[in-house]
Design a binder for this molecule. Structure first.
Ligand code: NAI
Ligand code: 15L
Length: 268
């Protein structure tokens, strides 16, 4: 099946790490890719549009969403920190996005959630997506809000969403924890493509990980999405072990899935 089954896809957070990684890749999924962020990131290329918008500005978000048929929502605060920016971007911002989707008839969203929704599960556990949220900070709480909000917009308005609880999506795993949580950029694109193209998505929570040897997450409940990872952190394992010290088993960052996030803050 062709990957290109949308006329116009909106990619938010286009200036960020994953936005940059996905910009070229997502052009295969649509005729036109609309890119947005609150900071400028250069001009539109062929088959691209650029719309600058702060997620906390409802009017700007409405203009950003108007005319697209699917949204890949990466924009927002991506780490733990003070509550005010998280509130503006990840709570008010995601509300603005779904309201705009409802008003403009957008029927499918891929929402970049995070493993930090469940960061206070232990690394010794394997969890499925229906386990209760156990956020490891205000950032994780804000992503749990986005997951709940998107479920409401599905139940009430039929807007389908894949909440992708991304593990660690970087060019390579940076430490031993990321051997379990790593998601390659190509697998992230495969996962988003699956979410955009599956005939029936519904409201689905899926852990965003590559085919890593060690994992804490079970995606059995999201099989209908059809995501099959093709990369693995295993190829980096020896190098990561060689450059990192053995774990201190008394460290909460080693005990819990959220890693160092579980002991970050407090922020004022
Ligand atoms: P990033 O921090 O590099 O990019 C986020 C982008 O959102 C930035 O370009 C920023 O300018 C924009 N943004 C922030 N506040 C905004 C606002 N109020 N209005 C409009 N735009 C705003 O983050 P990254 O790594 O690219 O992650 C993308 C998404 O994926 C984020 O939502 C993050 O929470 C999520 N995620 C990423 C993971 C990873 O391993 N990279 C892991 C788990 C989740
Ligand atoms: C996230 O949610 C962050 O956005 C990313 O920067 C990483 O810290 C990642 O989680 C992780 O847990 O490794």
């Amino acid at each position: 099946m062709s990957q290109n089954n949308h006329k116009k896809i909106l990619l938010t957070g286009a200036a960020g790490g994953l936005g940059v990684a996905l910009r070229q890749r997502l052009k295969a999924n649509c005729d036109v890719l609309r890119l947005s962020d609150r900071v400028s990131f250069g001009d539109a290329g062929p088959n691209e549009e650029v719309v600058l918008a702060d997620l906390s500005d409802a009017e700007a978000v409405s203009a950003m969403v108007r005319g697209v048929d699917a949204i890949v929502h990466l924009g927002g605060i991506s780490v733990e920190g003070p509550f005010a920016p998280i509130l503006q971007a990840n709570i008010i911002g995601v509300y603005n996005l779904y309201e705009a989707a409802r008003l403009h008839g957008v029927k499918r969203v891929v929402f970049a959630s995070s493993n930090h929704v469940t960061g206070f599960y232990r690394q010794s556990e394997t969890i499925t997506a229906d386990r209760p949220a156990r956020p490891d900070g205000l950032y994780g709480v804000s992503k749990a809000f986005g997951e709940d909000l998107s479920r409401f917009y599905f139940d009430r308005y039929g807007i389908e969403t894949a909440c992708v609880r991304i593990g660690s999506s970087f060019p390579e795993p940076k430490d031993r924890r990321m051997l379990a949580t790593w998601l390659s950029f190509d697998d992230l694109h495969r996962l988003i493509t699956a979410c955009l193209s599956t005939p029936v998505l519904g409201h689905t929570i899926i852990f965003g990980m590559s085919d890593n040897a060690v994992t804490w997450w079970d995606n059995a409940q999201a099989k209908h999405v059809g995501y099959v990872p093709q990369d693995s952190s295993n190829v980096f394992r020896d190098a990561v072990y060689a450059r990192t010290p053995p774990p201190d088993l008394a460290d909460p960052a080693v005990q819990f899935q959220g890693g160092a996030f579980v002991r970050t803050g407090p922020f004022t």
